[in-house]
Design a protein. Structure first.
Length: 160
């Protein structure tokens, strides 16, 4: 598996993976799926968009961008998506590790996750294992697709 910058030819596979996570409704704040034009605009507008490629197929991706502006512009934020059929193979871990290095190379000093849904136990275990510190919990901060609310937890870590 290699992790590299996305190429416009990757967009259809990227959108399929991203939209699957959006449809699942238990991780991303986005509730609207991307189409090809919107996907190209979204992925191109990030500070960096990386894809994990294996045997010529995109198996995961991440977007990296500032978490805020101005005096807080040195803090990055990222989102990760792994193809559902490829989960459990440590692709997410490779994407997070790559994003930490990439964030540092881009001048970000901190990587912060604002809203990790409480039930996303695999993400919590991964972030703790990689040295992220928990900032706190926001009760009912995530509105699930069924209209129920779930807590979110924020994390941060200095970049590499």
């Amino acid at each position: 598996m290699i992790i590299r910058a996305f190429d416009p030819d990757d967009i259809p596979e990227m959108i399929a993976i991203w939209n699957c996570v959006v449809r699942e409704g238990n991780a991303f704040p986005q509730d609207t799926e991307l189409d090809e034009a919107g996907g190209m605009e979204f992925f191109s507008s990030q500070s960096f968009t990386g894809v994990a490629e294996e045997n010529g197929c995109i198996v995961g991706l991440y977007v990296l961008h500032p978490n805020n502006v101005g005096h807080c512009g040195h803090i990055a934020n990222a989102s990760y998506a792994v193809a559902s059929e490829c989960r459990g193979r440590h692709i997410g871990e490779a994407l997070v590790r790559d994003s930490l290095s990439r964030a540092s190379a881009l001048g970000f000093r901190i990587l912060q996750f604002n809203a990790v849904v409480a039930s996303n136990i695999h993400a919590h275990h991964l972030y703790r294992r990689l040295g992220f510190a928990e900032l706190g919990m926001i009760p009912g901060g995530f509105c699930r697709s069924d209209g129920s609310y779930e807590d979110i937890i924020s994390y941060y870590r200095e970049t590499e």
